[in-house]
Design a protein around this ligand. Sequence first.
Ligand code: HEM
Length: 730
Amino acid sequence: ASEKPAGEMSARTLAAGKVHSNQFWWPDQLDLSSLRNNDPRSNPYGADFNYAEEFKKLDLKAIKKDLDLLLTQSQDWWPADFGNYGPLFIRMSWHSAGTYRTLDGRGGSDGGQQRFSPLNSWPDNASLDKARQLLWPVKQKYGKRISWADLMILAGNVALENMGFETYGFAGGRQDDWEPDIVYWGPEVEMLASDRNEKDGVLQRPLGATHMGLIYVNPEGPMGKPDPLGSAKNIRVAFKRMAMNDEETVALVAGGHTFGKMHGAHKPADCLGPEPAAAPIEDQGLGWKNSCGKGHSEDTITSGLEGAWTQAPTQWTTLYLQNLLNLEWEVSRSPAGAIQWVPTDKSMHETVPDAHVEGKFNSPVMTTADLALKFDPKYKEIAQRFLDNPDDYQKAFAKAWFKLTHRDMGPRALYLGAEAPAEALIWQDPIPPVDHKLISARDIRKLKKEILSSGLSVSELVRTAWASASTFRGSDLRGGANGARIALAPQKDWAVNNPQELDKVLTELKAVQENFNRSASGKKKVSLADLIVLAGAAALEKAAKDAGVTIEVPFVPGRMDATQAQTDVKSVAVLKPTADAFRNYFNKEESYRSPTEMLVDKADHLGLTVPEMTVLLGGMRVLDANTGGSKNGVFTDNPGRLSNDFFVNLLDISTKWRKSDVDGLYEGVNRASGKLLYTATPVDLIFGSNSELKAVAEIYAYDNAKESFVKDFVKAWVKVMQADRFDLDR
Ligand code: HEM
C-alpha cells in the first residue's frame, strides 16, 4: 500500500546515476571517510616524492624576484587595482592561512586547500580564483619545487615587501594536498548562514568562523547589523580560535587593511555568475563571472563592500590607524547595498585615489569589523599604542603575520629555506636539538630489562607511552612523544592521563634515566622522551610473550626533552583529549562529538587507517590500558597479555548485549545463563555493530590470527610512537 505509483518521483529522488552514501540513508551511521582521505594514490608525484628535497633546488631569490615583477604587471583580463596585485595576494595568503583553528588544528595554509572545493567557492574567497590564476605562470615555471601551499604564502610576503613592509621571514615546507580535506566547517546547509552558537552564545567547537563560507566574521557586523561592539565580541572569539590574542588581532586587521580595497561596485545578484564549483565547464575553474560593466576593474564585485581604508593603499603606512582613530565614522552603504562606514567629515570624501579611474577620488571607508578596533576599549588602547609607536606596530604585525601563515606547519625543524627566522617562538612548541650521543642496541636491551624489573606494570607503561605519543595531530603537526611534555604542565595534570599514576611511572622512569646517564660513558644519554617510548616497547614485548608470541618492537632513539619554560601552557591546553577511545576515555561535557565520532577524529589526527584503528583499540583493551583502570571493553580473562581476545569475545554470539542502567554503558551477559560477563562503551561495541568495522574485527578474531594481530598491533603502535619523528624516513 505504501508503494508509489509507477513513474512518480518522490521529492527526495536523486538524479539518475547519483550514488547514495550510507550517511544519506542512515545519517547516524559512523562515517569513516576521513580515515581514507588524502590517499597516497591521489598524489600525482608518486610515493617517492620528497618535497623538502625539491624545495632545496628552488632559487628562492629568483622566484621572489619573479613574484615581485608580477605584482605590477597588470593583466588585461583582470587589471590590478592601483597597478599592484599586492593587496589581492595578501588577502589570498590570509584566507589560505586563516581557516586554521586551534581546537582541532584543522584548516590553515598547509595542503594548499584553497585550490579545492569547498574553499575555492566560499563566498569569502571570491576573486581569489583570479589571484591564483595570476600566479600560475610562476607556478608553471618552478613546478614541483614550490607547492601551491607555499606559493600562496610566499606571494603574500613578497607583496608586503613590495609595498614597503619588512616581514619577519618565510619558511617553505607546506606540502600540497591533491583532494579536499574532509573537515567539518559547520552545521549550516547554506553559504553565509550562521547557526553555530552553542548554549550561552559560545561559538560551536571546534569551528573558527561565525558563518558558513567566511574566514572569520561578517564584515558588516553580527548578523549584518552595524554593531561594532558586537563585532568585537565575535572577532575576539574567532581570532582566539586561531591562537591570536588582542594585540595580534589588532595588528593583523589594521596591518592587513592598510593595503588594498574592497569591491562592491554593483549588486552581486544582478551581475555575478556562479562560484567556481558551480560554474560551467567552459569557465575552466574560474567563477563569479561578472556581467556588469567591464566585469572587472572599477566594476569588480567581491565582498559587496566598496572602497579603500587609506589614502595610499599600496604603501605600508599608519594611515589605517590614523583614519580609524582620528576620524568620526557614520553608517553608509556601498553601491552593492552593503553596510559600511564613511567619515562624518565630508572633506575626507575625496581623498582616496580611485583604483582604476584616473583623476577620480573616493572616500576612505571602514567595515563594522574595522570599527570594532575603535569601539572595544581593549582593542582601542592597543590601536592607539600602535599609532603612537609605529615601530612596535610594524614588529607586532610582522610577527603576527608570520604566526598566522606558519601556525599549522609544525615544529621549526620542518621549516625550509634561507628566510626561516633563526629565533625560536613559543607557539612552535620548541624542543632542544639532540646534544648527546644516542643509546646503542645494547643499551636498549639493558634499559628494557631495567624498566621491566622496576615493578611497573605492563598497563602502566603502555598507558604512559600512549599518553605521551597520542597527543599528536597530523592537522597541525603538534603534540607527540618528542619533548616529553607529558611530564610538564598542563599534560601531567590532565584527567585522561591518571595524574597520580603518571607521576609514579615518571618518577620511576626518571630514576632509571638518571642511573643510566650517570654511568654512561662518553656523551651518551637517554632522554625521558625516549625512555617513555622505550618503556612502552618493553611492555609490549612482555605482553606479547605472555600471549605466546615473540616479537621485537622497533625503537629509534633521538627524542629530546623540552623544559617548562619552552612550553606555553595555554597553547598546549588545546591538545588535551576530551575523548580518547583507545583508553576508553570520554568526557561528555568537553567532547563536542559522540564517543564513536571522537574515536574516528582521534584516529584521523594520528593518521591511522581503519585497520590500524581497529587493531590498536582491540590491543589496548586487552593490555588493560583504560584511563582510571576501567574494565569497560576489557574482554579477556588475561588482561596485560597481547592476545586477540577482544575481537574473539566481541564477535562471540553467546554474549548478549544490552544497555546498562549507567548512561552510555552496555552490559554483555551470557545468553544462556544470564551471567554478567563484560561492560562496554559505544567505542567497544561499534566494532561489532558498524559493518565496515566488523569486517576488520573479524580478521583479528580468526583462530589463526594471534600472530598477525600482534604484528599489526605493533606496527600501528610504532606508527603512533613515531608520528612526530620528522627526522626519520618513514
Ligand atoms: C579585504 C574583511 C581581516 C587583509 C577585505 C574585504 C573585506 C574584509 C570585506 C574586502 C574584500 C573585497 O571586496 O575585495 C575582513 C574582516 C576581517 C579581516 C571582517 C577580520 C575581522 C584581515 C586580515 C588581513 C586582511 C587579518 C591580513 C592580515 C585584507 C586585504 C584586503 C582585504 C589586504 C584587500 C584585498 C584587495 O585589495 O583586493 N577584508 N578582513 N584582512 N583584507 Fe580583510
